[in-house]
Design a protein around this ligand. Structure first.
Ligand SMILES: NC(=O)c1ccc[n+]([C@@H]2O[C@H](COP(=O)([O-])OP(=O)(O)OC[C@H]3O[C@@H](n4cnc5c(N)ncnc54)[C@H](O)[C@@H]3O)[C@@H](O)[C@H]2O)c1
Ligand SMILES: [Zn+2]
Length: 347
Protein backbone atom coordinates (compact mmCIF):
# COMPACT_ATOMS: atom_id res chain seq x y z
CA UNK A 1 0.00 0.00 0.00
CA UNK A 2 2.77 2.36 0.92
CA UNK A 3 4.10 2.09 -2.59
CA UNK A 4 0.77 2.39 -4.38
CA UNK A 5 1.26 5.08 -7.00
CA UNK A 6 -0.12 8.41 -5.89
CA UNK A 7 -1.84 10.44 -8.56
CA UNK A 8 -2.88 13.97 -7.75
CA UNK A 9 -5.12 16.58 -9.30
CA UNK A 10 -3.16 19.78 -9.54
CA UNK A 11 -4.77 23.02 -8.47
CA UNK A 12 -2.87 26.09 -9.57
CA UNK A 13 -3.08 29.28 -7.53
CA UNK A 14 -0.92 32.34 -8.03
CA UNK A 15 2.59 31.14 -7.24
CA UNK A 16 1.47 27.81 -5.83
CA UNK A 17 0.33 24.39 -7.00
CA UNK A 18 -1.70 22.35 -4.54
CA UNK A 19 -1.79 18.58 -5.09
CA UNK A 20 -5.13 17.00 -4.25
CA UNK A 21 -5.09 13.23 -3.69
CA UNK A 22 -8.69 12.10 -3.97
CA UNK A 23 -9.89 8.68 -2.93
CA UNK A 24 -6.66 8.16 -1.04
CA UNK A 25 -5.80 6.50 2.25
CA UNK A 26 -4.42 8.09 5.36
CA UNK A 27 -1.45 5.69 5.35
CA UNK A 28 -0.34 7.20 2.06
CA UNK A 29 0.71 10.27 4.01
CA UNK A 30 3.99 8.43 4.50
CA UNK A 31 4.66 8.87 0.79
CA UNK A 32 4.19 12.62 0.98
CA UNK A 33 6.07 13.56 4.15
CA UNK A 34 8.82 12.12 6.32
CA UNK A 35 7.34 10.74 9.50
CA UNK A 36 10.28 11.83 11.64
CA UNK A 37 9.94 15.51 10.85
CA UNK A 38 6.17 15.76 10.60
CA UNK A 39 3.76 16.90 13.29
CA UNK A 40 0.04 16.16 12.91
CA UNK A 41 -2.54 18.49 14.40
CA UNK A 42 -6.02 17.13 15.06
CA UNK A 43 -8.83 17.37 17.60
CA UNK A 44 -9.85 14.95 20.33
CA UNK A 45 -12.99 13.65 18.58
CA UNK A 46 -11.04 12.63 15.52
CA UNK A 47 -8.07 11.36 17.50
CA UNK A 48 -10.26 9.12 19.68
CA UNK A 49 -12.31 7.74 16.80
CA UNK A 50 -9.33 7.08 14.49
CA UNK A 51 -6.70 6.30 17.06
CA UNK A 52 -5.03 3.58 14.97
CA UNK A 53 -4.35 6.04 12.15
CA UNK A 54 -2.29 8.30 14.40
CA UNK A 55 -0.06 5.66 15.96
CA UNK A 56 3.63 6.37 15.45
CA UNK A 57 2.99 9.95 14.32
CA UNK A 58 3.86 12.92 16.53
CA UNK A 59 0.45 14.46 17.13
CA UNK A 60 -0.89 17.59 18.80
CA UNK A 61 -4.48 16.97 19.93
CA UNK A 62 -6.68 20.07 20.35
CA UNK A 63 -9.97 20.41 22.17
CA UNK A 64 -12.73 20.18 19.56
CA UNK A 65 -15.07 23.00 18.59
CA UNK A 66 -15.24 26.54 17.27
CA UNK A 67 -14.76 27.95 20.81
CA UNK A 68 -11.18 26.67 20.74
CA UNK A 69 -10.33 28.24 17.39
CA UNK A 70 -8.35 30.93 19.15
CA UNK A 71 -4.89 32.21 20.02
CA UNK A 72 -4.73 29.97 23.09
CA UNK A 73 -4.84 26.87 20.89
CA UNK A 74 -2.20 28.41 18.62
CA UNK A 75 0.04 29.02 21.67
CA UNK A 76 -0.50 25.41 22.73
CA UNK A 77 0.57 24.20 19.29
CA UNK A 78 3.63 26.43 19.28
CA UNK A 79 4.68 25.23 22.74
CA UNK A 80 4.32 21.62 21.66
CA UNK A 81 6.29 22.31 18.47
CA UNK A 82 9.10 23.75 20.58
CA UNK A 83 8.98 20.72 22.90
CA UNK A 84 9.20 18.45 19.85
CA UNK A 85 12.24 20.39 18.59
CA UNK A 86 10.38 21.41 15.46
CA UNK A 87 12.49 23.47 13.06
CA UNK A 88 12.21 24.94 9.56
CA UNK A 89 12.24 21.46 8.02
CA UNK A 90 9.27 20.35 10.11
CA UNK A 91 6.09 19.69 8.19
CA UNK A 92 2.64 20.26 9.73
CA UNK A 93 -0.40 18.27 8.68
CA UNK A 94 -3.85 19.40 9.87
CA UNK A 95 -6.12 16.35 10.16
CA UNK A 96 -9.65 17.50 10.89
CA UNK A 97 -12.63 19.66 10.10
CA UNK A 98 -12.45 23.33 9.20
CA UNK A 99 -11.55 24.38 12.73
CA UNK A 100 -8.45 22.18 12.81
CA UNK A 101 -7.26 23.00 9.28
CA UNK A 102 -7.83 26.76 9.80
CA UNK A 103 -5.73 26.70 13.01
CA UNK A 104 -3.10 24.29 11.68
CA UNK A 105 -2.54 26.36 8.53
CA UNK A 106 -2.26 29.50 10.64
CA UNK A 107 0.14 28.01 13.20
CA UNK A 108 2.31 26.60 10.38
CA UNK A 109 2.32 30.01 8.67
CA UNK A 110 3.69 31.84 11.68
CA UNK A 111 5.97 29.25 13.35
CA UNK A 112 9.53 30.28 12.43
CA UNK A 113 7.96 32.72 9.96
CA UNK A 114 6.32 29.88 8.12
CA UNK A 115 6.87 26.16 7.64
CA UNK A 116 5.24 23.86 5.11
CA UNK A 117 1.90 22.25 5.75
CA UNK A 118 -0.72 19.95 4.24
CA UNK A 119 -4.31 19.03 5.07
CA UNK A 120 -6.29 15.85 5.55
CA UNK A 121 -9.85 17.22 5.79
CA UNK A 122 -12.18 14.92 7.75
CA UNK A 123 -15.59 16.64 7.67
CA UNK A 124 -17.78 17.23 4.61
CA UNK A 125 -17.44 20.99 5.13
CA UNK A 126 -13.68 20.65 5.44
CA UNK A 127 -13.45 18.52 2.30
CA UNK A 128 -15.55 20.77 0.04
CA UNK A 129 -14.92 24.19 1.50
CA UNK A 130 -12.58 25.04 4.39
CA UNK A 131 -9.43 23.29 3.15
CA UNK A 132 -9.52 24.98 -0.28
CA UNK A 133 -8.60 28.57 -0.99
CA UNK A 134 -5.70 29.30 1.34
CA UNK A 135 -7.54 31.16 4.10
CA UNK A 136 -6.23 30.18 7.54
CA UNK A 137 -6.93 31.83 10.83
CA UNK A 138 -8.57 32.08 14.21
CA UNK A 139 -11.41 33.88 15.97
CA UNK A 140 -10.89 36.69 18.48
CA UNK A 141 -13.75 36.85 20.98
CA UNK A 142 -16.95 37.27 18.98
CA UNK A 143 -15.07 38.17 15.81
CA UNK A 144 -14.87 35.12 13.57
CA UNK A 145 -11.74 34.66 11.45
CA UNK A 146 -10.49 38.11 12.45
CA UNK A 147 -6.82 37.14 12.50
CA UNK A 148 -5.22 35.05 9.80
CA UNK A 149 -3.15 34.68 6.69
CA UNK A 150 -3.61 33.56 3.11
CA UNK A 151 -1.29 30.64 2.41
CA UNK A 152 -1.99 27.42 0.55
CA UNK A 153 -1.15 23.93 1.77
CA UNK A 154 1.28 21.75 -0.21
CA UNK A 155 -1.35 19.04 -0.57
CA UNK A 156 -4.83 17.86 0.29
CA UNK A 157 -5.24 14.17 1.07
CA UNK A 158 -8.75 12.74 1.00
CA UNK A 159 -9.53 9.58 2.93
CA UNK A 160 -13.30 9.09 2.87
CA UNK A 161 -13.12 6.48 5.65
CA UNK A 162 -12.99 9.43 8.08
CA UNK A 163 -16.58 10.19 7.12
CA UNK A 164 -17.78 6.90 8.65
CA UNK A 165 -17.55 8.51 12.08
CA UNK A 166 -18.78 11.99 11.14
CA UNK A 167 -22.03 12.71 13.04
CA UNK A 168 -25.17 13.14 10.90
CA UNK A 169 -25.50 16.73 12.10
CA UNK A 170 -22.11 17.47 10.47
CA UNK A 171 -23.10 15.76 7.22
CA UNK A 172 -26.14 18.04 7.13
CA UNK A 173 -23.98 21.08 7.85
CA UNK A 174 -21.63 20.22 4.99
CA UNK A 175 -24.44 19.59 2.53
CA UNK A 176 -25.61 23.18 2.99
CA UNK A 177 -22.36 24.29 1.28
CA UNK A 178 -22.72 21.61 -1.40
CA UNK A 179 -26.24 22.82 -2.22
CA UNK A 180 -24.86 26.38 -2.23
CA UNK A 181 -22.23 25.39 -4.80
CA UNK A 182 -24.88 23.77 -7.00
CA UNK A 183 -27.13 26.85 -6.81
CA UNK A 184 -24.42 29.29 -7.87
CA UNK A 185 -22.45 27.19 -10.34
CA UNK A 186 -23.78 23.80 -11.28
CA UNK A 187 -27.32 23.03 -12.35
CA UNK A 188 -26.36 19.42 -13.15
CA UNK A 189 -25.15 18.86 -9.61
CA UNK A 190 -28.44 20.33 -8.37
CA UNK A 191 -30.27 17.68 -10.45
CA UNK A 192 -28.05 14.91 -9.11
CA UNK A 193 -28.76 16.02 -5.54
CA UNK A 194 -32.49 16.06 -6.29
CA UNK A 195 -32.39 12.51 -7.57
CA UNK A 196 -30.21 11.05 -4.83
CA UNK A 197 -30.43 11.11 -1.05
CA UNK A 198 -28.22 11.11 2.02
CA UNK A 199 -28.36 7.31 2.12
CA UNK A 200 -26.83 7.12 -1.37
CA UNK A 201 -23.93 9.35 -0.36
CA UNK A 202 -23.41 7.91 3.12
CA UNK A 203 -23.54 4.39 1.76
CA UNK A 204 -21.07 4.68 -1.09
CA UNK A 205 -17.52 6.01 -1.10
CA UNK A 206 -17.73 6.25 -4.85
CA UNK A 207 -20.84 8.47 -4.75
CA UNK A 208 -19.57 10.77 -2.03
CA UNK A 209 -16.14 10.83 -3.69
CA UNK A 210 -17.59 12.01 -7.00
CA UNK A 211 -19.68 14.67 -5.29
CA UNK A 212 -16.73 15.93 -3.23
CA UNK A 213 -14.49 16.06 -6.31
CA UNK A 214 -17.02 18.22 -8.20
CA UNK A 215 -17.36 20.53 -5.22
CA UNK A 216 -13.61 20.95 -4.84
CA UNK A 217 -13.47 21.86 -8.55
CA UNK A 218 -16.16 24.51 -8.10
CA UNK A 219 -14.56 26.11 -5.07
CA UNK A 220 -11.13 25.95 -6.69
CA UNK A 221 -12.24 27.60 -9.95
CA UNK A 222 -14.09 30.38 -8.15
CA UNK A 223 -11.11 31.08 -5.89
CA UNK A 224 -8.46 30.77 -8.60
CA UNK A 225 -10.37 33.24 -10.81
CA UNK A 226 -10.42 35.75 -7.99
CA UNK A 227 -7.81 35.04 -5.34
CA UNK A 228 -8.02 38.50 -3.81
CA UNK A 229 -11.78 38.58 -3.55
CA UNK A 230 -12.66 41.44 -5.83
CA UNK A 231 -15.40 39.74 -7.83
CA UNK A 232 -16.35 36.15 -8.48
CA UNK A 233 -15.27 34.83 -5.07
CA UNK A 234 -18.06 36.92 -3.56
CA UNK A 235 -20.53 34.49 -5.14
CA UNK A 236 -19.50 31.99 -2.46
CA UNK A 237 -21.36 34.25 -0.05
CA UNK A 238 -24.68 33.14 -1.51
CA UNK A 239 -27.07 32.70 1.44
CA UNK A 240 -24.39 33.90 3.85
CA UNK A 241 -25.35 37.57 4.28
CA UNK A 242 -28.69 36.92 5.95
CA UNK A 243 -27.44 33.47 7.04
CA UNK A 244 -24.58 34.87 9.13
CA UNK A 245 -26.91 37.41 10.75
CA UNK A 246 -29.32 34.59 11.68
CA UNK A 247 -26.43 32.43 12.93
CA UNK A 248 -25.38 35.32 15.14
CA UNK A 249 -28.76 35.93 16.73
CA UNK A 250 -30.16 32.40 16.88
CA UNK A 251 -27.26 30.06 17.69
CA UNK A 252 -28.42 27.82 14.86
CA UNK A 253 -25.60 25.74 13.35
CA UNK A 254 -23.89 27.39 10.38
CA UNK A 255 -25.45 25.07 7.76
CA UNK A 256 -28.98 25.58 9.10
CA UNK A 257 -28.59 29.35 9.24
CA UNK A 258 -27.27 29.60 5.68
CA UNK A 259 -30.01 27.23 4.52
CA UNK A 260 -32.56 29.81 5.65
CA UNK A 261 -30.29 32.49 4.19
CA UNK A 262 -30.38 30.74 0.80
CA UNK A 263 -34.18 30.62 0.84
CA UNK A 264 -34.20 34.34 1.70
CA UNK A 265 -31.71 35.02 -1.12
CA UNK A 266 -34.00 33.09 -3.50
CA UNK A 267 -36.96 35.28 -2.54
CA UNK A 268 -34.84 38.43 -2.91
CA UNK A 269 -33.68 37.16 -6.33
CA UNK A 270 -37.34 36.86 -7.34
CA UNK A 271 -38.00 40.46 -6.33
CA UNK A 272 -34.95 42.15 -7.82
CA UNK A 273 -33.56 39.76 -10.41
CA UNK A 274 -36.47 38.07 -12.16
CA UNK A 275 -35.62 34.68 -10.60
CA UNK A 276 -38.58 32.34 -10.79
CA UNK A 277 -40.70 31.49 -7.76
CA UNK A 278 -40.81 27.91 -9.02
CA UNK A 279 -37.00 27.70 -8.70
CA UNK A 280 -37.05 29.10 -5.14
CA UNK A 281 -39.51 26.33 -4.31
CA UNK A 282 -37.15 23.76 -5.87
CA UNK A 283 -34.30 25.04 -3.68
CA UNK A 284 -36.51 24.78 -0.60
CA UNK A 285 -37.41 21.21 -1.45
CA UNK A 286 -33.78 20.26 -1.98
CA UNK A 287 -32.70 21.82 1.33
CA UNK A 288 -35.53 19.99 3.15
CA UNK A 289 -34.55 16.74 1.49
CA UNK A 290 -31.10 17.08 3.09
CA UNK A 291 -32.72 17.87 6.47
CA UNK A 292 -31.90 21.57 6.40
CA UNK A 293 -34.45 24.09 7.72
CA UNK A 294 -36.12 26.45 5.24
CA UNK A 295 -37.98 28.59 7.76
CA UNK A 296 -37.27 29.64 11.29
CA UNK A 297 -38.82 32.09 13.66
CA UNK A 298 -35.73 34.27 14.13
CA UNK A 299 -35.64 37.64 15.87
CA UNK A 300 -36.14 39.97 12.90
CA UNK A 301 -35.24 43.23 14.69
CA UNK A 302 -31.97 41.90 16.12
CA UNK A 303 -31.05 40.15 12.89
CA UNK A 304 -31.73 43.32 10.88
CA UNK A 305 -29.42 45.30 13.20
CA UNK A 306 -26.64 42.82 12.50
CA UNK A 307 -27.31 42.94 8.76
CA UNK A 308 -26.79 46.69 8.83
CA UNK A 309 -23.26 46.12 10.06
CA UNK A 310 -22.44 43.69 7.24
CA UNK A 311 -19.31 44.51 5.29
CA UNK A 312 -21.18 44.11 2.02
CA UNK A 313 -23.17 47.22 2.84
CA UNK A 314 -22.20 50.21 0.73
CA UNK A 315 -23.88 53.44 1.84
CA UNK A 316 -27.64 53.00 1.45
CA UNK A 317 -27.24 49.91 -0.70
CA UNK A 318 -26.05 46.40 -0.13
CA UNK A 319 -24.24 44.17 -2.61
CA UNK A 320 -26.23 40.98 -2.59
CA UNK A 321 -25.58 37.60 -4.24
CA UNK A 322 -28.68 36.74 -6.27
CA UNK A 323 -29.52 33.89 -8.61
CA UNK A 324 -30.25 34.41 -12.32
CA UNK A 325 -31.30 30.79 -12.46
CA UNK A 326 -30.32 27.62 -10.61
CA UNK A 327 -26.63 27.15 -11.42
CA UNK A 328 -25.91 30.81 -12.15
CA UNK A 329 -25.44 33.66 -9.68
CA UNK A 330 -24.55 37.32 -9.90
CA UNK A 331 -24.15 40.32 -7.63
CA UNK A 332 -26.82 42.99 -7.54
CA UNK A 333 -27.16 46.13 -5.50
CA UNK A 334 -30.27 46.31 -3.38
CA UNK A 335 -31.33 49.45 -1.52
CA UNK A 336 -31.68 49.07 2.22
CA UNK A 337 -35.27 50.33 1.91
CA UNK A 338 -36.17 47.49 -0.48
CA UNK A 339 -34.24 44.96 1.57
CA UNK A 340 -36.01 46.14 4.74
CA UNK A 341 -39.41 45.78 3.04
CA UNK A 342 -38.66 42.22 1.83
CA UNK A 343 -36.97 41.23 5.08
CA UNK A 344 -39.90 42.23 7.28
CA UNK A 345 -42.81 41.27 5.03
CA UNK A 346 -41.74 38.40 2.75
CA UNK A 347 -39.36 36.18 4.73
N1 LIG B 1 -10.67 28.56 5.46
C1 LIG B 1 -11.81 28.67 4.81
O1 LIG B 1 -11.86 29.10 3.64
C2 LIG B 1 -13.08 28.24 5.48
C3 LIG B 1 -14.26 28.07 4.72
C4 LIG B 1 -15.40 27.61 5.37
C5 LIG B 1 -15.37 27.36 6.74
N2 LIG B 1 -14.22 27.55 7.44
C6 LIG B 1 -14.16 27.30 8.88
O2 LIG B 1 -14.42 25.92 9.10
C7 LIG B 1 -14.95 25.77 10.42
C8 LIG B 1 -16.10 24.80 10.35
O3 LIG B 1 -15.62 23.56 9.88
P1 LIG B 1 -16.30 22.19 10.31
O4 LIG B 1 -17.75 22.29 10.12
O5 LIG B 1 -15.54 21.09 9.69
O6 LIG B 1 -16.09 22.24 11.90
P2 LIG B 1 -15.20 21.42 12.94
O7 LIG B 1 -13.81 21.33 12.53
O8 LIG B 1 -15.52 22.00 14.27
O9 LIG B 1 -15.84 19.96 12.84
C9 LIG B 1 -17.18 19.76 13.24
C10 LIG B 1 -17.28 18.67 14.33
O10 LIG B 1 -17.10 17.42 13.72
C11 LIG B 1 -16.04 16.72 14.38
N3 LIG B 1 -15.41 15.91 13.33
C12 LIG B 1 -14.75 16.34 12.22
N4 LIG B 1 -14.40 15.30 11.45
C13 LIG B 1 -14.86 14.19 12.09
C14 LIG B 1 -14.82 12.81 11.78
N5 LIG B 1 -14.28 12.36 10.64
N6 LIG B 1 -15.37 11.95 12.66
C15 LIG B 1 -15.94 12.40 13.81
N7 LIG B 1 -16.03 13.69 14.13
C16 LIG B 1 -15.48 14.57 13.29
C17 LIG B 1 -15.17 17.77 14.99
O11 LIG B 1 -14.45 17.27 16.09
C18 LIG B 1 -16.23 18.80 15.42
O12 LIG B 1 -16.81 18.41 16.63
C19 LIG B 1 -15.32 27.15 10.89
O13 LIG B 1 -14.39 27.57 11.86
C20 LIG B 1 -15.21 28.02 9.66
O14 LIG B 1 -14.83 29.34 9.95
C21 LIG B 1 -13.08 27.97 6.84
ZN1 LIG C 1 -20.57 28.65 4.90
Amino acid sequence: MKNKEMISNKYQFSGKIVDAYFDSEFQMLENLVKKENTVLITDKNIFDKHNEKFSAWKTVVLKPGEQFKNQKSVDEIINQLIALNADRQTFIVGVGGGVVTDIAGFAASIYMRGIKFGFVPTSILGMVDASIGGKNGIDVGVYKNLVGVIRHPEFLLYDYSFLETLPDSEWINGFAEIIKHSCIKDEKMFDVLEHKSFTDFQGSKEEIGKLIGSNVDIKYHVVANDEFETGERKLLNFGHTIGHAIENTSKLPHGSAISIGMVAAGIISEKINGFSHFETEKIKQLLSKYQLPVAFDFDREKTWDILLHDKKKAGNDMNFVVLDKIGKASIKKISLTDLHEIFFTQL
